[in-house]
Design a protein around this ligand. Structure first.
Ligand code: NAD
Length: 483
């Protein structure tokens, strides 16, 4: 007899408790071999003064059980509350967000009856590092953090997922025509890893056209792998065009931990009214069952869910006069699924036993050995009336006779000195690039320190400094636009 798997359950806020109760009832009726530790997360915990939305004791339970089934939560507005989802994903190393999206046509209205795709979104990096600064009254920056290991992990995961799940094609989406360093690395690593999977078709879309195609023609995609922010946006597009945000589940997976949830939020507008569709959380629970090796139970539940939809038993948001037969609430929908456990759909493809397909990813060590310091970008704060000619001349005077020379001044990334455009609107911070010359030979750290002291002594306010490096001969910084 197989042993029950102990998991953690969080019932969340808004419609969370209703859809979780419905889901747990279906899991029990289907014979899921599970035991639960129930923890409190979300709004009540935030409002009790814990701005991470989770208590220390709950952390311990989470870490012990390693698998979390979580209903949506409400993050109170303002007040410095941290997103619990982002915290959980990062603290527990759940680097991969997996969102399958399919159509349930004709029972759920969609323009794309053949839609069946999976979005694999990187979960730990990108602008979600949440590192932001205000440098001047005018200028604010949010850091887009990308690592080679982070790119490789998620891209390998996408290919391994495709192989394990019989998918044929992986599409990479990035914006490397603009962000040549960060997005450029993501695309480059994709091309490198793709070579190891010749059986999988691959392509790359710039994220803007990719998102447009996803909205207009989603059936062209199979597996999409992308960075954190783009993935956040396009997975909502995919869910929306599939017919209902209430239907999709998602998995957050890492080396040791996994969290399963519906993709929708806590829907406060319908909370407590027995109106919510529990299918999104139920689909997430089925992904969890596959993860813990109970694919037989997952298939049983999925077939009963498909049969319920086919029989026209629908919650309000998917109910269609003429096609639907019975409008039910959350509890009624769960009862209908339970009554159909053991039955198979007749229109939809029957889900066969879902074997556990663990996706294991191994990432090699970074092979770059040689890092060469070649210059420095010194960001200076000045008034918006400052003439770039004057600033440039002053910096040239400061560096006269020294090894480091001023190569360019840029303002919001655009070259304004020595060549610029009179029409360019200047803001109150400029990036002043210093190096020996445009071939960027190596320099010593001490030269940077001396330069900074000289600039500061001349009364110029430095508010940010970036070292410029080459990595094995490859430039690791962007050049000015329009130079
Ligand atoms: P939402 O997904 O809660 O609701 C959007 C719309 O979809 C609403 O009209 C809602 O009634 C409907 N809807 C959502 N789920 C449904 C379901 N299961 N059945 C039927 N209809 C459903 O998005 P929102 O209104 O932007 O956010 C509400 C709250 O949820 C916010 O506090 C937000 O921060 C939070 N949120 C939490 C998560 C999470 O915990 N994973 C994710 C997204 C949003």
């Amino acid at each position: 007899m197989s042993v029950n798997k102990r998991i953690t359950v969080a019932k969340g806020d808004g419609i969370g408790p209703e859809i979780m109760d419905a889901t747990l009832r279906i899991l029990a009726a289907a014979g899921a071999r599970l035991e639960y530790d129930i923890i409190e997360v979300g709004e009540k915990v935030y409002l009790a003064g814990n701005n991470s939305g989770i208590s220390e004791e709950s952390w311990e339970i989470l870490k012990r059980n390693q698998v979390l089934l979580k209903a949506p939560i409400t993050t109170p507005q303002g007040g410095g509350y941290k997103s619990l989802n982002v915290t959980l994903r990062k603290m527990l190393g759940m680097y991969s967000n997996v969102r399958p999206c399919r159509s349930y046509s004709p029972y759920v209205r969609t323009n794309f009856p053949n839609l069946d795709l999976v979005i694999i979104r990187e979960n730990e990096e990108d602008l979600y590092a949440g590192i932001e600064y205000q440098y001047t009254p005018e200028v604010l920056v949010s850091l887009k953090y990308i690592t080679r290991t982070g790119c490789e992990k998620i891209i390998r995961y996408a290919f391994e997922y495709a192989v394990a799940n019989g998918r044929k094609k992986v599409t990479c989406m990035s914006k490397d025509n603009i962000m040549k360093q960060t997005d450029g690395l993501f695309h480059k690593v994709f091309n490198e890893v793709a070579k190891e999977y010749p059986q999988i078709e691959t392509d790359h879309n710039i994220i803007d056209i990719g998102a447009a195609r996803l909205a207009a023609d989603p059936c062209r995609f199979d597996v999409i792998v992308t960075m954190n922010l783009y993935g956040d946006i396009i997975s909502d597009i995919a869910a929306e065009v599939s017919g209902s945000v209430g239907m999709c589940g998602s998995a957050n997976v890492g080396g040791s931990f996994a969290m399963f949830e519906a993709i929708h939020g806590s829907a406060p507008d319908i909370s407590g009214k027995d109106l919510a569709n529990p299918s999104g959380l139920l689909n997430a629970a089925c992904m969890m069952l596959v993860h813990v090796g109970q694919g037989d139970i997952a298939a049983k539940i999925e077939n009963a869910l498909l049969k319920t939809l086919e029989d026209g038993i629908h919650t309000g948001e998917i109910f269609r006069e003429g096609l639907s037969k019975e409008r039910v609430g959350t509890r009624g929908f769960a009862d209908a699924v339970i009554a159909r456990l053991g039955e198979k759909p007749s229109t939809f493809k029957v889900i066969e036993l879902e074997a556990s397909k663990p996706v294991k990813v191994e990432v090699g060590a970074n092979k770059i050995k040689e890092t060469t310091l070649v210059g420095v970008d010194v960001y200076v704060h000045h008034s918006i009336q400052t003439s770039m000619e004057e600033l440039g001349s002053k910096l040239n005077e400061i560096t006269a006779g020294g090894n480091l020379k001023l190569l360019s001044i840029t303002n919001r990334g655009l070259a304004v000195y020595p060549k610029g455009n009179a029409e360019t609107e200047i803001t109150d911070q400029s990036r002043c690039c210093f190096a020996v010359n445009k071939d960027f030979p190596a320099i010593a750290q001490k030269e940077v320190i001396n330069l900074l002291a000289n600039i500061s002594d001349a009364g110029i306010e430095i508010n940010r400094v970036e070292n410029l490096y080459f990595f094995e001969g490859v430039r690791g910084f962007s050049l000015p636009q329009g130079a």
